[in-house]
Design a protein around this ligand. Structure first.
Ligand code: HEC
Length: 150
């Protein structure tokens, strides 16, 4: 009988120990934030291009149109935010580039195509400019998704 009780206590203690271990693991930071080591010259350049080509619809801080979640009278969505408060971070780099280059006209949207006016470098600099605005957690999640898409 005593042996059984002892055994039961040991099992309990082991279980507690394991739980403690698990809790310890949880309290440690789960992700290491990727550093947003962006080149300031590229950010400045991207910001200038954004104001020239994109701000008219997406807002000068990339905040998007006020009612971007609702289709307009034309049945199309207004320009969404690109500052991390919308969905742009769901898309890997190649999809962001494709949207900017080709627009969404073919998909029934009203984002214009910029491929004939902007170089790949221009588009990358613009993306860099708005990605700097993304909170660290959002950027970290995007980096993960972007890596998985390749
Ligand atoms: C004439 C208005 C207009 C201009 C100018 C414009 N956009 Fe857009 N953009 C839109 C609209 C509207 C959408 C949503 C498209 C859809 O729903 O199909 C969009 C969508 C996007 C998306 C996808 C966002 C997401 O959450 O999926 C990106 C990225 C984007 N635009 C970048 C740009 C960039 C960069 C520029 C400047 C080079 C630009 N846009 C200029 C209207 C515009």
């Amino acid at each position: 009988m005593r042996v059984l009780t002892l055994f039961a206590i040991m099992v309990l203690l082991t279980a507690c120990g394991q739980q403690e271990e698990a809790e310890k693991k949880q309290s440690q930071p789960v992700v290491t934030m990727p550093q947003q080591n962006f080149d300031t010259a590229r950010i400045t350049r991207g910001g200038r291009l954004f104001k020239e080509y994109c701000a008219e619809c997406h807002g000068d801080k990339a905040q998007g149109a006020a009612n971007w979640r609702q289709k307009g009278a034309d049945g199309k969505y207004p320009a969404p935010p690109l500052d991390g408060t919308g969905h742009a971070w769901h898309h890997p780099k190649k999809i962001l580039l494709m949207t900017i280059r080709d627009g969404t006209g073919k998909l029934g949207g009203s984002m214009p195509a910029w491929g004939s006016q902007l170089s790949e470098q221009d588009m990358n600099d613009i993306i860099t400019w708005f990605q700097v605005k993304w909170p660290d957690e959002i950027y970290a999640e995007w980096v993960k998704r972007d890596a998985q898409s390749n």
